[in-house]
Ligand binder design. Structure first.
Ligand SMILES: *[C@@H]1O[C@H](CO)[C@@H](O)[C@H](O)[C@H]1NC(C)=O
Ligand SMILES: *[C@@H]1O[C@H](CO)[C@@H](O)[C@H](O)[C@H]1NC(C)=O
Ligand SMILES: *[C@@H]1O[C@H](CO)[C@@H](O)[C@H](O)[C@H]1NC(C)=O
Ligand SMILES: *[C@@H]1O[C@H](CO)[C@@H](O)[C@H](O)[C@H]1NC(C)=O
Length: 426
């Protein structure tokens, strides 16, 4: 099933495993005509107590490869200047950065497998950390009109006054969801978008904690202009009790993964959607193999670091748990060539990155229920979600649970050390 409505979306493809007939339902969808799929999906959503509205009009373009469903989350754009950089056609598990770059030779460095000392080509251009963490972001001040979660995003002043944002005595940044015991409408939450944009570079998120639990649907992602024209790169995303992160691209038609095989793609993750990244089909999603890359497992493990590189040869995403963060990252002299195989890698020539990805804004949000977390409320089987939220909470729908159980959202918060964005100077 596919849920999209407005112009800008963050999309997440969600793989349905066996339980409450979900896989049965999805497998019945495979091979049907668009019309049949659409009608069947309406039935499925009626069964789940979900309102489909106009999103269903996009269903004819959904490509169901196996028992899977696709979901979308929308976005607001951003403004301001970015920077350009050159690129090569080298892949992510090589050591291209180590080879010939000569910028910043004075800074700390790593070494290649042959022991040759190297320096990073990357220069830090933007950092959000400490008491200034929230500088340089715009707070969305509106309901979640795009993914239909039952949250009201609040402005910076309201967020701070209501204790939804904070800087801790450790200098970490907090973004919470309202935990008032019961609400009749929406819970307050936070969505922030950088004022800066970049069409290439390296993004590094160091997070200690992320929102988790039944009803939650947080994300950290980047988004180009005039979605889906400028493309979208979901770096951290999941729902409910998930334990494995999913990274997903959403583009105009014409960008795809070369294969669904992890070994062919040279990734450690698994393709869990169609290989076609077209936004109307829900994008192309890759799930990390690490069971501590998302949710409660990530949090109890002390969190970790997500990195994403974007250049004309491809888009790569890595996850490092806290105990295994590469020293070049900690030193502020990142060398992706030393990080080994990424969990996700989308590359030319099957996706012309320059063509499908424009200047990217960087975004965090936490929504509740809505097009994804609400729709999969009764589903089980995804890693971490062996039991559905309906079963686990004893409440048959997401909205009712979220409105009546504020204490359940004590864990629905981001705690961040930093967001850093690097560029290769031209
Ligand atoms: C980036 O490149 C585009 C296309 O060449 C150009 O229009 C734009 O001005 C450049 N932006 C910066 C910040 O250099
Ligand atoms: C582009 O990104 C990939 C993955 O990080 C990397 O292997 C490659 O060296 C990069 N190219 C340039 C010119 O930075
Ligand atoms: C803000 O919320 C946190 C987490 O619920 C709580 O520990 C803290 O005491 C609150 N601070 C204020 C000033 O209300
Ligand atoms: C990729 O897209 C860019 C921008 O549209 C274009 O200039 C370039 O020729 C394309 N590359 C290939 C290999 O098609």
């Amino acid at each position: 099933m596919f849920f999209c409505r407005s112009l800008l979306f963050v999309c997440l493809s969600y793989f349905l495993f066996d339980s409450v007939g979900a896989s049965n339902i999805a497998s019945r969808l495979v091979g049907r005509t668009s019309r049949q799929v659409r009608r069947f999906t309406q039935d499925f959503n009626v069964a789940l107590g979900v309102v489909l509205d106009s999103r269903e009009k996009l269903l004819p373009q959904v490509h169901l490869t196996n028992s899977q469903s696709v979901f979308c989350k929308s976005d607001a754009g951003a403004t301001s200047a970015g920077s350009n950089s050159s690129s090569s056609s080298l892949g992510p598990s090589g050591s291209s950065e180590s080879a010939g770059s000569s910028t910043n030779t004075a800074s700390a460095a790593g070494s290649t497998s042959t022991g040759v000392a190297v320096s990073t080509p990357y220069k830090l251009v933007e950092e959000h950390s400490g008491s200034d963490f929230f500088d340089g972001w715009t707070f969305t001040d509106a309901a979640d009109v795009t993914t239909h979660g039952i949250v009201d995003y609040v402005d910076e002043g309201t967020a701070s006054a209501n204790n939804l944002t904070a800087i801790t005595s450790d200098g970490t940044a907090i973004m919470r969801v309202e935990t008032t015991a019961t609400v009749t409408g929406n819970r307050q939450s936070i969505r922030i978008t950088t004022n800066s944009i970049y069409n290439s570079g390296l993004w590094i998120l160091d997070a200690i904690h992320m929102p988790t639990g039944c009803g939650t649907w947080p994300a950290f992602w980047t988004n180009g202009p005039n979605w889906p024209d400028g493309g979208e790169i979901d770096i951290v995303e999941g729902v409910g009790d998930n334990t494995n992160d999913q990274a997903t691209l959403h583009t105009l038609e014409g960008c795809s993964l070369a294969s669904s095989s992890s070994s062919t793609l040279d990734i450690t993750g698994s393709v869990i959607t169609s290989t076609d990244c077209v936004s109307t089909g829900g994008g192309c999603g890759i799930r990390a193999s690490s069971t501590v890359s998302y949710g409660a497992a990530f949090n109890s493990n002390g969190g970790g670091v997500f990195t994403m590189t974007l250049n004309s040869s491809g888009i790569a995403v890595w996850f490092f748990e806290r105990s295994n963060i590469p020293s070049d990252i900690t030193a502020g002299t990142p060398l992706p060539g030393l990080w080994g195989t990424p969990f996700a890698w989308w590359a030319s020539p099957t996706c012309n990155i320059t063509e499908f990805f424009g200047y990217q804004s960087t975004i965090f949000d936490t929504t509740l229920c809505g097009d994804l977390a609400g729709s999969v409320w009764s589903d089980a089987g995804a890693p971490g979600q062996e039991q559905s939220c309906a079963t686990r909470t004893g409440v048959s729908d997401c909205d009712t649970f979220v409105r009546n159980n504020g204490a359940s959202f004590q864990e629905a918060y981001w705690e961040l050390n930093s967001v850093k964005i690097y560029q290769i100077p031209s």
